[in-house]
Design a protein around this ligand. Structure first.
Ligand code: 13P
Ligand code: SF4
Length: 338
């Protein structure tokens, strides 16, 4: 059976969701393609019994947390993890929060969706929330209003870029030193509004200021747009930054004959270049997420073949309950758009 035959065999019982960084072979078979926020929202609206999530593990885990109990979420490749999500172990978060709160300050944790269910659960139990690249400014404002300071994790780049969007002085943003098992973390001080966990996306971190400077020299006509997981100096030197869906919207709106340089994962940049031949679309630098690439057509086909007997992605009930609170705070805070 081809993948198309398998999909039509399951009919309404199946929904295939894919992130924008998936290869065309997967995107072409997906019922819905989106950024992290759109995919999370879509899960809560689906009626299908089987949800096959083509992305990386934290996405499938979030989908499993948000899905109804009778629905099954499957990941074609269980080993497709996220380097950034792995930079924040839940046990370390508990230590860091305890140390920051020693001063009696209320420090609200705000975790990027690119984190494990265990991290989201700790955040949920501390009254915090999840954010995505599409709603990070709104959620950082929400978290600042909810307490004295915010612990933003695990992406220091997104945290710093978002604090800048809100106009916070850089002296009120502090990157934490997590060596010695978090024992260097000081009690929260009144002058600091945002503490940054020192994680990053290894893929977007490869894009350097020198790449922007080279583009400005060789393509002075280009508008440069990047993902906010990029280094702060890269975002500051660009003409705009936003989620994958923002980059897609900007490419669609670019005038014919114009040049756009996009700084994000290459599957998306190349797809936009093919989709908009009237615009010259260049990568700021070619960067690939090897974990996103693990889901290929053969893996999707194999998962569809065993769907009725496959073990779905499961998160234990206690972790899922607390993580759901953190996810639902985000969905409620952003109910009227990102
Ligand atoms: P968005 O699609 O939400 O912008 O996230 C990008 C990402 O890092 C996925 O790994
Ligand atoms: Fe994780 Fe970066 Fe890959 Fe996204 S692009 S899945 S953040 S490693």
């Amino acid at each position: 059976m081809t993948v198309a035959d398998q999909i039509s065999y399951y009919g309404d019982r199946l929904a295939i969701l894919a992130h924008h960084y998936q290869a065309d072979a997967i995107v072409d078979h997906a019922h819905f393609v989106g950024d992290s926020l759109e995919l999370a929202r879509r899960v809560t609206e689906l009626a299908a019994e089987h949800i096959v999530f083509c992305g990386v593990h934290f996405m499938a885990e979030s989908a499993a947390i948000l899905a109804r109990p009778e629905q099954k979420v499957h990941a074609p490749v269980l080993e497709a993890g996220c380097v950034m999500a792995n930079m924040a172990p839940a046990s370390l978060l508990a230590v860091v929060l305890a140390r920051l709160c020693q001063s009696g300050a209320r420090v609200v944790p705000l975790t990027y969706v690119n984190s494990s269910a265990a991290i989201k659960a700790v955040v949920g139990r501390h009254g915090g929330a999840v954010c995505t690249s599409a709603n990070a400014p709104r959620m950082l404002r929400w978290a600042l209003d909810a307490g004295d300071a915010v612990l933003f994790l695990p992406d220091a780049n997104l945290g710093a870029n978002t604090a800048r969007v809100l106009g916070l002085p850089h002296t009120s943003v502090q990157r934490l030193d997590l060596r010695a098992s978090g024992n260097h973390v000081p009690p929260a001080q009144p002058s600091i509004r945002v503490y940054l966990w020192p994680g990053c996306c290894a893929v977007h971190h490869k894009i350097r200021l020198a790449d922007i400077e080279r583009l400005r020299r060789h393509h002075p006509e280009a508008r440069i747009l990047v993902h906010p997981e990029c280094r702060p100096e890269v975002v500051a030197a660009s003409d705009g930054a936003g989620s994958t869906s923002y980059l897609i919207r900007e490419a669609a709106a670019a005038p014919s004959g114009s040049t756009l340089a996009i700084g994000t994962e290459d599957n998306l940049v190349q797809r936009l270049a093919r989709r908009h031949p009237e615009v010259t679309i260049l990568p700021v630098r070619q960067v690939l997420c090897s974990n996103m690439a693990k889901t290929d057509l053969a893996a999707l086909q194999a998962k569809l073949a065993e769907l009725e007997i496959a073990h779905p992605v499961r998160v234990d009930a206690k972790t899922a309950g607390a993580a759901r609170e953190a996810l639902e705070r985000m969905l409620a805070a952003c109910a009227s758009g990102a």
